[in-house]
Ligand binder design. Structure first.
Ligand SMILES: [Zn+2]
Ligand SMILES: [Zn+2]
Length: 133
């Protein structure tokens, strides 16, 4: 009986992209970008390249083009939970190619964004651990 995962894939988020890792390490400072998709404004962390891929995927199933801001949007973040989210420690991280994107939102909006991301992946017919986009 085989009961040990001797050769499984990575369990936690461990980007092989050094820029993503650096961005994750810097969470809470200037590393945060803001993903605008439909009515959502969600703080996200990752390197430029992988956040751009994240944006594209989240935007695939959106009504309007998703946008990525490197600064806090003029109107601010509408949701108070998302506004405080960067002060809490646990946030989901999605894998994008060999990089990652961390979603620093409240629970509701984290799952909203991740659902969009997964819908985008399915629309493309690609898996998160597949080759880079
Ligand atoms: Zn990256
Ligand atoms: Zn929220």
């Amino acid at each position: 009986m085989v009961s040990e995962d001797s050769n499984g894939g990575p369990v936690g988020p461990s980007p092989s992209c050094p820029d993503c890792q650096a961005a994750l390490d810097a969470t809470g400072r200037d590393a945060v970008s803001f993903l605008l998709v439909d009515s959502l404004t969600v703080p996200v962390v990752g390197c430029e390249v992988h956040l751009e891929q994240f944006r594209l995927l989240c935007g695939l199933t959106a009504d309007e083009t998703a946008k990525l801001l490197s600064h806090r949007p003029a109107g601010g973040i509408q949701c108070p939970g998302c506004r405080r989210a960067d002060q809490t420690l646990e946030h989901p991280v999605v894998q994008i190619g060999h990089g990652v994107a961390a979603v620093l939102a409240c629970e509701t909006h984290e799952s909203d964004v991740i659902e969009r991301f997964q819908a985008g992946l399915q629309a493309r017919g690609q898996l998160p651990d597949g080759r880079p986009l």
